[in-house]
Design a protein around this ligand. Structure first.
Ligand SMILES: *[C@@H]1O[C@H](CO)[C@@H](O)[C@H](O)[C@H]1NC(C)=O
Ligand SMILES: *[C@@H]1O[C@H](CO)[C@@H](O)[C@H](O)[C@H]1NC(C)=O
Ligand SMILES: *[C@@H]1O[C@H](CO)[C@@H](O)[C@H](O)[C@H]1NC(C)=O
Ligand SMILES: *[C@@H]1O[C@H](CO)[C@@H](O)[C@H](O)[C@H]1NC(C)=O
Ligand SMILES: *[C@@H]1O[C@H](CO)[C@@H](O)[C@H](O)[C@H]1NC(C)=O
Ligand SMILES: *[C@@H]1O[C@H](CO)[C@@H](O)[C@H](O)[C@H]1NC(C)=O
Ligand SMILES: [Ca+2]
Length: 556
């Protein structure tokens, strides 16, 4: 027991030297024996360039196909260098931005030159991880032959579906982006997450003096943690309390948009465009996997190209190493606290007694693990409420335990059904807060407010559409669907009448009826208000006959 305690103490000491939040759990001895204690935990930072997939755009931007010469800004008349994609010694493919350089040999990706001036020389570099990551130190991009005079760094937090600017870089921010130039050290706690334009990394200082462009993370941390980051507790406290602060450092993808190359501190010289191009030798991205404080390990899972069988992460060559048969690897949190998912963003099956929560940095130094707990009722019977309730009750006469007050529009013994008027969200897990979607049936068009499993409401006669808010052909909408009174095909308004919104014929004054089919001038009536007595058809006929007879008699 003593030995164990000493060992534990040792472990805890070791943990505190490793850094905060490195341990998810440890055995501690109490009067009742040893029990596990759980803590908020996170993986240690690593160099994420080893795990990134890199893509450059547009196609054909990489130099060497066909081979071409290039000059340098420092010595524009000595153009002896050549880029040739077919010669391994002279090729400059994108993966040289993420390789590990040996023996002091600098390797770099390089673009074609600005031969097409004045058309701008544009290039995008997209880096993807298929995993949420959190920056822990400065991003540093190393440019050979000079840093771009205009550049934007973008980030995505949703695997590239949407993007937002992260930082603007220009030698003249006002001119390039119409933004006031700022430095990170100008930022205060209140505007730390502001997206700024900086001129610090774009001005010409000679291509060898300062090759790096940074996205400053340490300086931002220092706003809360002090200049030497000695007060990390304060930073972690802010991470919990300040809206948007953690998200600011979170990303799944990054993109560099290179908009204008280094010019050597002067204007573009059209007589030698071969000295303008981009070249990047390294992109350093120190970050950790985002595991919502539920994991201290994040491992790379490799996949074989053909069989797609997972193999252990033993083969730790870089992703582009061709001798290693793999095509793909994904970082994955090794979730603790009975959580699961790529970012430990869910409770494991059977551990959904309450809703999932991220671990918390507070209170320091160990935080709160917010573990997922095994679904169990107060009486000890097993009752799973899928995270929609944490209360169960025993129903005597049915001899069952059932969840009470199911939330999120669920119902049922295990909160496993949707309430009437709601339907199951097919893309959500059963324990998701968004599992039930409101039917939203149109009150006038549908029989009731319930719908089937795909959200279709039951429509009244003449109504159609998932929500019954539309009418079948031959029907018009006026607080419900009604059969057309008139139209342009079968139910034509007659005698010059016009059909108004399929609802009624607007008849000329002398006609009436649903389709204006009746003349107003009927027997004995005074049409048009004319003074001459009106003769009905019968009278006319009689007159004609009389005239005819008269004529016949006269003739004989
Ligand atoms: C770079 O990405 C942006 C944003 O998607 C796009 O508008 C632009 O056309 C891309 N540029 C190149 C050179 O592919
Ligand atoms: C991304 O990661 C998820 C979860 O690890 C995996 O299921 C998916 O196949 C990955 N996608 C790609 C393109 O690697
Ligand atoms: C941030 O706030 C400080 C002080 O309130 C101010 O001086 C600075 O200009 C602000 N920075 C930005 C980028 O708005
Ligand atoms: C997770 O569940 C297992 C199995 O029931 C249990 O032994 C373990 O203590 C649980 N962990 C936490 C952090 O609750
Ligand atoms: C369905 O569930 C997914 C996953 O939680 C959620 O993103 C989506 O918004 C939900 N759909 C609706 C209509 O609520
Ligand atoms: C729901 O109703 C629509 C329209 O009647 C139908 O096409 C669909 O198959 C139904 N879905 C289910 C799951 O019953
Ligand atoms: Ca390199």
């Amino acid at each position: 027991m003593l030995l164990q305690a000493v060992l534990l103490l040792l472990l805890r000491c070791l943990a505190s030297t490793l850094g905060q939040y490195d341990l998810c759990k440890s055995l501690v001895s109490t009067d009742e024996g040893s029990v596990w204690e759980h803590y908020a935990c996170q993986p240690s930072p690593v160099s994420m360039k080893d795990y990134m997939r890199i893509k450059v755009d547009p196609p054909g931007i990489t130099c060497g196909n066909p081979p071409e010469r290039f000059c340098t800004l420092e010595n524009p008349y000595l153009c002896s260098d050549e880029c040739d994609a077919s010669n391994p010694d002279l090729a400059h493919p994108p993966q040289l931005m993420q390789d590990r350089e040996r023996n002091g040999l600098i390797t770099y990706w390089q673009t074609v030159t600005w031969r097409r001036h004045p058309e701008p020389l544009l290039a995008n570099i997209t880096m993807s991880w298929n995993k949420s990551l959190e920056l822990t130190d400065d991003i540093q991009i190393t440019f050979e032959y000079g840093r771009p005079t205009i550049m934007v760094m973008d980030k995505s937090m949703d695997h590239g579906r949407s993007w937002q600017p992260y930082q603007f870089y220009a030698d003249d921010c006002l001119d390039a982006f119409n933004m006031q130039p700022k430095r990170v050290r100008d930022l205060s706690p209140a505007n730390l997450t502001r997206v700024i334009c900086t001129e610090q990394y774009s001005r010409w200082v000679g291509s060898k003096n300062d090759k790096n462009v940074k996205f400053e993370v340490k300086a931002r941390f220092a706003v809360f943690a002090g200049p030497r980051l000695q007060n990390m507790d304060n930073l972690y406290t802010r991470m919990e309390s300040m809206k948007g602060l953690r998200d600011f450092f979170t990303f799944t993808n990054l993109r560099l948009r290179l908009l204008r190359p280094a010019l050597g501190g002067t204007y573009v010289q059209r007589d030698n465009l071969l000295k303008y191009f981009y070249a990047i030798s390294n992109i350093e991205i120190p970050a950790r996997c985002k595991c919502n404080l539920h994991a201290s390990q994040c491992l790379l899972k490799y996949f074989y190209a053909i069989s797609n069988i997972e193999i252990p992460a033993r083969c730790k060559c870089n992703l582009h190493a061709s001798q290693c048969l793999l095509i793909d690897g994904n970082l994955q949190c090794q979730c603790e606290h009975n959580t699961t998912g790529q970012d430990c963003q869910r409770c494991k099956k059977g551990f959904k007694a309450k809703s999932w929560k991220a671990g918390s940095y507070l209170p320091p130094p160990n935080g709160t693990p917010n573990t997922c707990t095994i679904a169990g009722s107060p009486s000890g019977s097993n009752c799973e409420c899928n995270g929609h309730s944490n209360r169960c009750s025993y129903i005597d006469y049915l001899n069952i335990v059932t969840c009470v007050s199911c939330k999120h529009n669920t119902r049922g013994q295990n909160c496993q059904h949707c309430r009437l008027g709601y339907f199951r969200n097919a893309s959500a897990e059963l324990d998701d807060e968004n599992v039930c979607i409101e039917c939203n049936c149109n009150q006038l068009g549908s029989v009731h407010d319930r719908c089937n499993n795909t959200g279709f409401c039951q429509c009244k006669d003449g109504a159609m559409g998932a929500k019954c808010d539309d009418c079948l052909p031959g029907f018009y909408w006026k607080q419900g669907c009604y059969p057309n009174v008139c139209d342009e095909e079968m139910l034509l308004c007659q005698n010059g009448g016009t059909c108004y919104l399929n609802q009624k014929c607007i008849c000329p004054p002398e006609f009436k009826g649903v389709l204006c089919q009746h003349s107003r001038c009927e027997a004995g009536k005074d049409c048009n208000g004319a003074s001459s007595p009106h003769l009905s058809t019968a009278t006319l006929l009689l007159c004609t006959l009389l005239t005819f007879s008269l004529a016949t008699i006269t003739h004989h």
